[in-house]
Design a protein around this ligand. Structure first.
Ligand code: CP3
Length: 358
């Protein structure tokens, strides 16, 4: 599988994940390619709509690289979506303008789960793999490339609800009234996620991130049983084939369960803004786990003035390094950048991270 990829010139992020010394803190932003950039909106308009943009190799490559022309980023992330997997499972993904994602079909009964096809993620999602390979070449070694997937639990919520949700009524009803059916669905999804991430690594991703965006909606025991256990399975599945490729797990609202998450085998855990990085590092130390951390500036901080963004960012970095380790940390927002943010404010955040003296 030699694809003659350009040599990586900036491996700061990979070093931080391995707890090796870094010259400065690596930084990137979740959703860094997106609607807050006018150039993204222009390229999306050329493609027609969001899904066509994901399927257009050249334009998906272009939007991934757009933030690099403005900011000094230490990682790129594949331009795609977590919902490509349920789409490949036959649910029929579509986006209504102004609304979130929707599916033509839902999965709510044992028969629905049993009817889900076993798909070959590498061939069925060929457009994703083509984008990964194209982006890796186009980056020219400027920064490592993240592949990604949704977690089994987060994907299940979209598939059972048929789209976005606040209460997760149908998914939680299934969880409490018919847990075996939900487990069967999660198990199938975890297998699909493993195949999907492995295919992305083979197409050129340097590392991968699992987005467990809705793990935080669960109660403690249910988080362990229905979310974290499947993240653990996914990490183990990827590591069985590619032990040296870093795997990152980001559970929004997951800080509360950092001790549980520390057992999931990930090299790095993402945090949202609700937890101090100093506390998070302490929890990992208390559990004798050397796991790197990523995060966790409140994305709304980018509505402050550039001077105040710098102050908040430096406070976050002071927390991250308070216990003495000067590595094992990647700066990021605590969730995706919002569409109303001024790109100059995103630049203030990224520059403030690099300015900070370790
Ligand atoms: O981070 C990046 O720059 C890479 C691209 C990326 C997108 N979606 C592009 C996108 C990534 C990593 C995702 C992940 C994703 N998608 C998640 C997990 C991360 C998170 O935010 O918790 C989730 C839950 C989704 C599902 C999804 N896709 C939703 C709920 C929406 C609508 C959101 C909205 O703000 O309208 C999408 C659409 C989507 N995915 C957009 C982008 C840039 C906006 C589409 C557009 O251009 O109109």
């Amino acid at each position: 599988m030699t694809q003659n990829f350009p040599t990586l010139k900036n491996d700061r992020l990979l070093k931080a994940i391995r707890f090796e010394p870094v010259d400065t803190t690596p930084v990137w932003m979740m959703r860094q390619a997106g609607r807050y950039l006018p150039e993204y909106k222009a390229t999306r308009a050329e493609a027609g709509d969001f899904l066509s943009l994901c399927k257009d190799t050249d334009r998906a490559t272009e939007v991934t690289l757009q933030p690099f022309r403005r900011f000094d980023l230490d990682a790129a992330i594949l331009f795609s979506d977590i919902l490509t997997v349920p789409d490949a499972l036959g649910l029929g993904l579509y986006f209504e303008t102004g609304e979130g994602p929707k599916f033509k079909k839902t999965v709510r009964t044992l028969a629905d789960v049993q009817a889900l096809p076993k798909v070959n993620m590498a061939t069925e999602l060929d457009y994703v793999m083509k984008a990964v390979t194209s982006i890796r070449h186009a980056l020219g070694g400027q920064a490592p490339l993240f592949g990604f997937s949704g977690s089994a639990w987060t994907l299940a919520t979209y598939m059972v609800e048929g789209g976005s949700s606040k209460e997760f009524r149908h998914t939680k009803a299934m969880m409490y009234s018919d847990p075996q059916t939900l487990h069967l669905l999660l198990d199938k999804l975890a297998d699909a996620v493993i195949d999907y991430l492995i295919a992305q690594i083979e197409a050129g991703a340097d590392l991968v991130q699992v987005f467990d965006s809705w793990g935080g909606a669960l109660a403690h025991r249910q988080f362990v049983e229905f979310s974290s256990n499947y993240n653990k399975k996914v990490v183990a599945g990827v590591k069985a084939k590619y032990p040296n490729v870093p795997v990152v797990v980001f559970t929004k609202g997951g800080g509360l369960w950092l001790d549980v998450q520390a057992q999931n085998g990930a090299d790095m855990l993402g945090l949202d803004w609700t937890m101090s990085l100093q506390t998070a590092r302490q929890v990992l130390k208390d559990n004798q786990k050397q796991v790197a951390l990523q995060g966790n500036l409140d994305p709304a901080t980018l509505y402050a003035s550039p001077g105040d963004i710098r102050k908040h960012t430096h406070l976050m970095l002071s927390d991250a390094y308070a216990l003495g380790d000067k590595t094992g940390y990647v700066a990021n927002l605590g969730h995706g950048i919002q569409q109303w943010v001024n790109p100059d404010h995103a630049k203030a955040f990224i520059d403030a991270v690099h300015e900070f003296q370790l």
